[in-house]
Ligand binder design. Structure first.
Ligand code: CS2
Length: 475
């Protein structure tokens, strides 16, 4: 907080925003991304006054506490290459802690609620390597047990089981149909979410499946807007320019995209009036975004960190790294069925945006969950049709080295496991242990681990990437 912030009034809904709209959407996982994306679309929709969001945090109560103090209104800073624009977003009507299952039940039981959206990250789906609900995950197991024993259990930790608690409450209340619309960076997020939630239902109360079949519509969406974590500089900028103190402003880029497929039997905001694309099939857009944007993001996050860079803009300005992501785009673009030429020019511009300080460390988190959806599908396609496997092997090689180099700062839901596996890849004398590399690759994807050509290329790229990084650091 800046030194004179005590004399600066706090942003508030009454003074700076608009009245809270009735709650008709539940959002699971309110973080910066949603506040720049879905909340922005809802704010700008022509029927915004009818659609309020009941927000639930991902984990702890921090975001709830911060937002509640300002009536859930906050400042969005849209930063283009030429400067910043400021606006107040008021579309979140209430905030709750993610673990407040009682509040979640009350929302699900409200017949006005028509849509449940989520940004819970890849890890929030609590899937095992087969894409099934990971019942061996201790949090999943204890949640299932708790809800089975007591339909009013509070403090549930995992989203699929929280959803079951919500549906049970909605069924009891006879509150009618509802659409689930995931907004996570996963291919087929609707089907993926449905699978784990239905598996959780089967464990807790299989009779609920009859109700969900009739009352729940599972939609799918592709979401895009680059949104870094808030910095102290953002807070001070808002104080200087707007004259109010906002503890949780969000900085984002001008670009935004939302492609949605699915039924909304109980309605939804007119998001398409403000640019959302409603379509029958999200797949081509999803693949373009996940492979081209997120795949190159992960490549930059691992390679760029090894080169000593901190942000996407700095990393992409490096000629070697820029050439590497162009190679990635050449390859990934072959497998995308919608145009990619203009898209990749745009991507480069977005990455170069000097007013977005997007930390590579932020993107590098949870690589064990991200690489299988961003890098592996392209690697498998390239292997199958004899195309170059260098770009995906490079990303995986850089990840392995990143895991050991940055184990102290790294955030990954599977950290202990993947760091131990990565450490085994390099012997004390610096030589690479091919067997250990094969194990790591198999951890990401069995079929890739079964390809000697691919494993050999990862081994080769471990040398190439560390050599290039060392040369760069010495220059
Ligand atoms: C990033 C994404 O952190 C990451 O993994 O690749 O958050 C990315 O910025 C968004 O998907 C952009 O829409």
């Amino acid at each position: 907080m800046s030194t004179d912030s005590v004399s600066i009034p706090q942003i508030s809904r009454e003074k700076n925003g608009r009245p809270a709209a009735p709650e008709r959407i539940i959002h699971l996982g309110i973080g910066n991304f949603t506040r720049a994306h879905q909340s922005w679309y809802t704010e700008h929709a022509p029927d915004a006054a009818e659609w309020g969001i009941a927000g639930f945090t991902g984990k702890g109560p921090w975001m709830r506490d911060s937002l509640e103090k300002q009536g859930c209104a906050y400042t969005l800073i849209t930063s283009g290459a030429k400067g910043d624009e400021f606006e107040v977003i008021s579309s979140i009507s209430s905030m709750h802690s993610g673990v407040d299952t009682a509040a979640l039940r009350a929302c699900f039981a409200n017949p006005d609620i028509s849509v449940v959206t989520s940004t819970i990250t890849e890890a929030g789906y609590t899937r095992n390597q087969n894409g099934d609900l990971d019942v061996a995950n201790p949090d999943v197991a204890s949640d299932l047990q708790a809800l089975k024993a007591d339909a009013q259990a509070d403090g549930l930790k995992t989203v699929p089981v929280r959803m079951v608690a919500g549906f049970l409450a909605r069924r009891s209340a006879g509150a009618g149909p509802i659409t689930v619309l995931p907004c996570d960076n996963l291919a087929g997020n609707g089907a993926a979410f449905r699978k784990v939630v239905e598996q959780a239902i089967a464990e807790v109360d299989p009779s609920l499946l009859d109700w969900t079949r009739l009352n729940v519509a599972w939609a799918t969406s592709m979401v895009d807007r680059i949104t870094p974590a808030t910095t102290q500089g953002d807070i001070e900028l808002v104080e200087r320019v707007k004259g109010w103190h906002d503890a949780v402003p969000v900085r984002t880029e001008p670009f935004h995209e939302w492609v949605i497929a699915g039924d909304f039997p109980a309605g939804r905001p007119a998001w398409e009036e403000v640019g959302a694309v409603i379509t029958d099939d999200v797949t081509p857009y999803e693949e373009r975004k996940l492979w081209m944007l997120n795949g190159s993001h992960s490549t930059l996050a691992y390679c760029g960190s090894l080169f000593g860079y901190e942000t996407v803009a700095d990393a992409v300005a490096d000629p070697t790294l820029c050439a590497w992501i162009n190679e990635w785009w050449d390859l990934a673009g072959r497998y995308v069925s919608v145009p990619t030429e203009e898209y990749r020019h745009q991507l480069l511009e977005r990455f170069e945006n000097p007013n977005i300080r997007h930390l590579l460390m932020q993107i590098a988190s949870d690589g064990s969950e991200k690489l299988p959806v961003r890098i592996v599908p392209v690697a498998r396609k390239a292997l199958k049709d004899g195309a170059s496997i260098v770009p995906p092997a490079r990303a995986i090689a850089a990840w392995i080295q990143f895991l050991t180099r940055y184990s102290d700062r790294l955030a990954d839901v599977n950290k202990d496991k993947v760091v131990a596996c990565a450490r085994a890849c390099k012997a004390a004398d610096g030589s690479i242990d091919r067997k250990a590399v094969k194990y790591v690759v198999s951890y990401l994807d069995h079929s890739l681990g079964g390809s000697s050509a691919f494993v050999d290329e990862v081994v080769n790229q471990m040398d190439e990437v560390s050599g290039a990084a060392a040369a760069h650091l010495m220059s």
